[in-house]
Write a new protein. Sequence first.
Length: 259
Amino acid sequence: MAAINPLYTLSGFFVGLLVGLTGVGGGSLMTPLLVLLFGIHPATAVGTDLLYAAATKSVGTAVHGFNRSVDWRVVGRLATGSVPTTLATGLLLNWLGAGGDGSAKLISFVLGIAVLITAVLLLARGRLLTYFGPYINPDGPRHARVLTMLTGAVLGVLVTLSSVGAGALGVTALVLLYPRMPTARIVGSDIAHAVPLTLLAGSLHWWMGSVDWHLLLSLLTGSVPGIVVGSMLAVRVPDRVIRPALACVLAIVGGRLVF
């Protein structure tokens, strides 16, 4: 197989463009695209996408860290919950056999559910925050530390099985748990937590033999310029146009994976 596959590079550019435009869509689009369009085994698609996410979000973490928009206390709480569940989920996949039919069905189902949840959050996050707002203490829940660790635990399972969840699900949970925290700091903390989470989960998939390094290189070759172009266009394309369109695509993809 050639080191760079132009079709994978084009896919990476497309996904990177959407991520630059919306901030969402990395795992929730890339992994289903690899499974449904290119016929790649779900475990390989997830494992490769996890290391792809770890590489790209490391850059984002460096930028947010330089701008002091990362709350490392929150990152530590999330990691306390996500690391054990990531390890446990990776061991479960290994027991099922990363390349077997059992793991393929489990990963496809969880991936579909995670993508559908992401689509709902894209459309309804504002309404959810408005609905739950009156019930949230302005300083956050009394047990925010425990709830943050539980959030990390859930993300560990979802991300290891599907590579989806660290973005839309993580940010929404942090907004509810820390209502006084600036949005940039919430996003920065979520991205910073995603690096060790995706790196650990991706390393487990590598250990199980479900990472395609040529595929990873091809995706990164396309996604880096895609993210740059998308970020430049983001100020010109209305968010109210992009997010519903992306949510509809995710809903169709998620339904296809589940049913």
